[in-house]
Design a protein around this ligand. Sequence first.
Ligand SMILES: *[C@@H]1O[C@H](CO)[C@@H](O)[C@H](O)[C@H]1NC(C)=O
Ligand SMILES: *[C@@H]1O[C@H](CO)[C@@H](O)[C@H](O)[C@H]1NC(C)=O
Ligand SMILES: *[C@@H]1O[C@H](CO)[C@@H](O)[C@H](O)[C@H]1NC(C)=O
Ligand SMILES: *[C@@H]1O[C@H](CO)[C@@H](O)[C@H](O)[C@H]1NC(C)=O
Ligand SMILES: *[C@@H]1O[C@H](CO)[C@@H](O)[C@H](O)[C@H]1NC(C)=O
Length: 313
Amino acid sequence: MRSQTDNLGSKPQPRGVFHRSKKFWIILSVILIAIAIGLGVGLGVGLTQGSDSDSDSNPPSTTLVPTPNTTETYWQPKAGETWQIVLLNALKNTSLNVSVYDIDLFDNPTSTIDTLHAQNKKVICYFSAGSYEPNRPDSSQFTATDKGSELDGWPGEYWLQTDSSNVRQIMTSRLQLAKSKGCDGVDPDNVDGYDNENGLGLTTYSSVDYLGFLADNAHSLNLSIGLKNGGAIVDSVIQVMQWEVNEQCAQYNECPLFESFIEANKPVFQIEYPSGAPNVDASAKRSSCGNSSEQDFSTILKNMDLDEWLEEC
Ligand SMILES: *[C@@H]1O[C@H](CO)[C@@H](O)[C@H](O)[C@H]1NC(C)=O
Ligand SMILES: *[C@@H]1O[C@H](CO)[C@@H](O)[C@H](O)[C@H]1NC(C)=O
Ligand SMILES: *[C@@H]1O[C@H](CO)[C@@H](O)[C@H](O)[C@H]1NC(C)=O
Ligand SMILES: *[C@@H]1O[C@H](CO)[C@@H](O)[C@H](O)[C@H]1NC(C)=O
Ligand SMILES: *[C@@H]1O[C@H](CO)[C@@H](O)[C@H](O)[C@H]1NC(C)=O
C-alpha cells in the first residue's frame, strides 16, 4: 500500500504505442464498425467525441504547462539530491547524512519535520492520492462510488475515481494537512491507475488531468510535488513536477523514461529493491545501482517494507 502496486507480482504492462492489448484491438474494431455502419463516410468530425472511451494506453492529449507566477517560492530541488524514504512507520532515525527525507504524511508528527528542518533537510510528505487505504484518519470520507478494483497485492486497498469531486476534496484536505505540518513537498502515490486493472476506466488522460489538479493545489500552498512512477506520462506532466520518485527502473530497464527529469535538472529519486535485502551482495548491488550515479539519478537500495534500512549506491 505504501509503495506501488504494479511491480510487486508481475512485470508492468509494456507501455509503448505498439504494445496495444487484445482488448484495445477488439474495442477499436467495434468502434470502427459502428462508425462505418452508423455514420457512413465523410463524417470525420464525429470521431472526436468517442476518443475518451478507448484504450487505456492512449497518449494524453494535453501537456501541463505551469501558470507563470513570479511570486512562487516553493522548493525546487536539483538533480542528484541524496535522500531516504521511510513509509512503514513513523520515522525514528532523523540523522542520516542525506538532504531529503520522504516520510508518511499521516504517521509523522510535526515535531519530526521540525527536527529534520533544524538540520537543513527538506521533507517530502507521502500520501496515496490514487487509492483508498482503510486505516487513514479520513478513510470514512470516501464513498462506494469513489472506489474501483482492489489493488493487486494490497488487500483492502482500492483504486480511486480521480475525477470524483469528493476524492479531490479529500486530497485538497491532505495537501492542507501537509502544509500545516510544514512539509516542503508532497509525494502523491498511485497516480498511474491507467497502468493497472483499476475497474474505473482510468486512462493516461485521467492521470495527467489529476496531476494538474494536484500540482495547482500543492503549488498554491507553496508545496512542491513530484511524479510517482508514471513513465508513460513524464512528458505531459514534467513541467509542473519538481521531481520523479521511481521504483525499480533499473530492474525493469525503464530508467531512460525518466531521463528528461535529469535533463531539466530535477531529481529522479530512484528506489531499487535488491533481492536478499538487507543482505545485498556486490553483484546484486551492481545490478541495482547500474550507472545511476554517473547519470545523476538519486538511487537507493531499500527493502519492500520501506523501513529504515537503506544502502546508498
Ligand atoms: C541513525 O543512522 C546513522 C547512519 O546510519 C547511524 O550512524 C546512527 O547510529 C543511527 N541512529 C540511531 C539512533 O539509530
Ligand atoms: C555528508 O554528505 C556530504 C555529501 O553528500 C559530504 O560532503 C559530507 O562530508 C557528509 N558529512 C558527513 C559527516 O559524513
Ligand atoms: C515556500 O517554501 C520554501 C521551502 O519549502 C521556503 O523557503 C519559502 O520561504 C516558502 N515561501 C513562502 C511564501 O512561504
Ligand atoms: C501566485 O502564487 C502564490 C503563492 O503560491 C499564490 O498565493 C497566488 O495566488 C498566485 N497568483 C496567481 C496570479 O496565480
Ligand atoms: C548508463 O546507462 C544509460 C542507459 O540507461 C546508457 O545510455 C549510458 O551509456 C550508460 N553510461 C555508461 C557510462 O555506462
